[in-house]
Design a protein around this ligand. Structure first.
Ligand code: CA
Length: 234
């Protein structure tokens, strides 16, 4: 299980990381909304998100609203010191799956986390399409029209990340971190190699991989990209 904790109290982050290590749950902790936006740029990387409301750069509920526009599946448990009914209702209305008031008992939190994980049978990677390209996560293959693409497992994962974000930008850093989260460690230059191989495989279709130099990559349908593509460079 991979959890994301968005919480600016280092004690909570530290205690949970220690406890959960023993259960075999991986916890990635970030302390600001800005860092959380980076960590959640690619949907589906975490099995569950724990979200504090009072963060140094804003209210966690603002992030929740943004998250829910692109990802309706990942369960989100809101942690907060606010215990007013109106605050709870607001959180749940904005897409939180559960709510826990601080200070909380770690065992109660774990019971709630287990409950959420049971309810949300992790959605298998969905079947995603963009133009002629179909990425069939449940079958472990991708095709252009009817034609199955010959892809290595890493190419398949990279393509899946691009399709999930399409037509938005996939930051290069998010690509590398997303692969690391799946135990597919790659470095900067390897990422470029995979992108350029995928670009070749998509040649002749209506889908192109564009590079926004210094930022990352995006899938574009012919003629619909905005921004400055960098041609064939990776
Ligand atoms: Ca806080």
């Amino acid at each position: 299980m991979r959890m994301l904790l968005i919480e600016d109290d280092p004690t909570i982050a530290h205690e949970l990381a220690l406890r959960w290590q023993q259960r075999g749950w991986q916890l990635q902790a970030v302390a600001t909304l800005a860092a959380a936006r980076g960590a959640t740029a690619v949907p589906g990387l975490f099995d569950l998100v724990l979200l504090d409301r009072g963060l140094p750069d804003g209210d966690g509920l603002d992030l929740l609203a943004e998250l829910r526009r692109g990802d309706t599946d990942t369960p989100v448990l809101v942690l907060t010191a606010r215990d007013q009914v109106a605050d709870r209702v607001q959180g749940l209305r904005q897409g939180a799956d559960d709510y826990l008031v601080k200070p909380f008992d770690a065992e109660e939190l774990e019971a709630r986390v287990e409950g959420l994980l049971r309810r949300t049978i992790k959605t298998p990677d969905r079947r995603l399409s963009f133009g002629d390209l179909h990425w069939l996560g449940d079958e472990g293959r991708a095709c252009l029209g009817e034609q199955t693409l010959e892809l290595s497992p890493r190419e398949f994962e990279v393509l899946g990340l691009l399709v999930r974000r399409a037509p938005r930008l996939l930051p290069k850093r998010a690509l590398i971190e997303a692969l690391a989260a799946r135990n597919l460690e790659i470095n900067d230059s390897a990422a470029e190699v995979y992108i350029s191989r995928l670009r070749r495989r998509l040649t002749g279709s209506d889908v192109q991989i564009r590079t926004l130099r210094g930022f990352g990559y995006l899938l574009a349908l012919d003629g619909r990209v905005t921004g400055q593509p960098a041609g064939d460079e990776t």
